[in-house]
Design a protein around this ligand. Structure first.
Ligand SMILES: [Zn+2]
Length: 475
């Protein structure tokens, strides 16, 4: 089965606390209400599309929906949780529910579909289905027989084949508000007798960024440490940024190197660090730098010689501006539901401060005035070797983000990120090169997914273009 990896971990918190009833789905009122209404009026559409970010309850809802449709209870709430049909479902095995992956072969789907009574097919990652797939013919057949309900699940609704989208009743799953995630974590902590600080739960919630699944996973990992769950412990697990890393990020941001700034910021956030923590750490680092510079200046005055470590007035002004920018945005980030976006935006603004010439001498001074000197990084897009190194790194991250194994292999073995160019209006155009026409054609089927993966790496609007490598065969 496609779920084997998560099933083998059958005692995880997410599984033990998986919702059984509709009212246990957190923060998806509208979507859940319309399904409850459909179940109780028995007006069921043959095709549904559940669209929303990962970890927001789409698959759980599809499972509950399947149970509700098959529940034997004559009246009252369905699923009832106790009848013969619900029994299998509660214990995690429902014969009427088949979970499929959009990147899997259609042959497999046809085989499982043969014994359908009122079967429910949950098709995850349905944006990876190919529009030409025989799966769509199967859909037509089922539409005529209406022996099954298909629930298509996607985190990428824009790339779902039109043939599917047009047939479906679409239900939108939004990011779960922090209150919803928090009360769920509080309930689990109470039930499991976790020794946990309320502030630590808040920090977990802010790290999970609207994904209940992520929040539960973090809580579980912390609980396995067997200690009282405190803010320092959460920070430990999430990783705290070293001053050196922070300084490097600050230099890159202030040198107006937008692309590198975005990449570094993503790397940092992907490692699970709370953006508010980074911003306040960065602010205190700047205070340190300014203080160090003042000490240098005072010392220089006494010995009446100019000190290379003291910052010029311009540089001090810029740092002061950066400081007030950071403290302003810290407030925004704290209350925002799009923390990572705000964080990246803040860093990009650091590069737009007046006087932002990325002069190497000011960069060196910034580094040396805190006494943490190290070999300076090459300016990333200037020399061709470092630029291709950067492209490779982006490409690796992009491949990792692709959900389909087939696609990952195709990109890894045959694809190359040839260039990224900045177009007016904030759009980046990425050229992905393949050596021969067949591979290029195959890759073009996945254009949307590739662009989405690149977007999640770079946090910018991306237009992906598949091209032939110059050294390619023309057959
Ligand atoms: Zn039942």
């Amino acid at each position: 089965d496609f779920e084997t990896s998560s099933r083998s971990n059958s005692t995880s918190l997410s599984r033990r606390y998986r919702p059984i009833f509709f009212d246990e789905i957190v923060g998806q009122g509208t979507a859940v209400q319309s399904l409850v209404a459909a179940v109780s009026s028995r007006r069921i559409d043959p095709f549904y599309l559940f669209a929303g970010p990962r970890g927001t309850g789409k698959t759980s809802t599809a499972r509950i929906f399947a149970a509700a449709l098959n529940c034997l209870a004559a009246e009252g709430i369905r699923p009832c949780g106790v009848c013969g049909k619900c029994d299998g479902y509660v214990s995690g095995r429902a014969s009427y529910l088949t979970e499929l992956d959009g990147s899997s072969s259609s042959a497999r789907i046809r085989k499982t579909a043969a014994s359908a009574a009122l079967k429910v097919f949950a098709v995850k990652e349905c944006h990876l289905l190919l529009p030409s797939s025989s799966f769509l013919r199967l859909l037509e057949k089922h539409r005529r027989r209406s022996a099954a309900v298909f629930v298509f699940i996607t985190s990428d609704a824009d790339n779902v084949p039109e043939a599917i989208r047009s047939r479906c009743r679409k239900l939108v799953f939004g990011r779960i508000g922090s209150d919803g995630v928090l009360s769920r974590l509080a309930k689990i902590s109470a039930d499991e007798n976790f020794d946990v600080d309320a502030e630590a739960l808040d920090l977990i919630v802010s790290n999970a960024d609207g994904s209940l699944k992520d929040a539960e996973t973090i809580l579980e990992q912390l609980s396995l440490l067997g200690k009282r769950i405190t803010i320092p412990l959460v920070n430990d697990l999430m990783g705290v940024v070293s001053d050196e890393k922070l300084l490097e990020l600050l230099e890159i941001a202030m040198s107006s190197n937008a692309m590198e700034t975005v990449i570094r910021s993503r790397e940092l956030l992907d490692s699970g660090i709370d953006p508010t923590v980074v911003v306040s750490q960065m602010a205190s680092l700047i205070v340190d730098i300014i203080a160090a510079s003042h000490r240098c200046a005072a010392a220089a005055e006494e010995s009446s010689s100019s000190d290379p470590l003291s910052l010029s007035e311009d540089e001090l002004n810029r740092l002061n501006l950066a400081l007030s920018l950071l403290s302003d945005s810290e407030k925004h980030i704290r209350i925002s539901s799009e923390r990572s976006t705000w964080f990246t935006a803040t860093l990009l603004q650091l590069g737009c401060l007046p006087g932002s010439s990325s002069s190497a001498s000011s960069r060196r001074k910034l580094t040396s005035s805190t006494g943490k000197d190290k070999s300076s990084r090459s300016e990333c897009m200037n020399s061709s070797s470092s630029s291709s190194e950067l492209l490779n790194r982006i490409w690796e991250q992009c491949i990792e983000k692709c959900r389909s194994k087939t696609l990952r292999r195709l990109l890894l073995e045959h694809g190359r990120l040839a260039s990224i160019s900045d177009v007016q209006g904030g759009l980046l155009v990425a050229h992905i090169a393949f050596r021969d026409r067949n591979l290029k054609t195959r890759a073009e089927c996945y254009l949307g997914s590739i662009a989405t993966s690149l977007e999640s790496v770079l946090r910018r609007n991306i237009e992906a273009r598949i091209v032939l490598s110059p050294e390619s065969k023309t057959t």
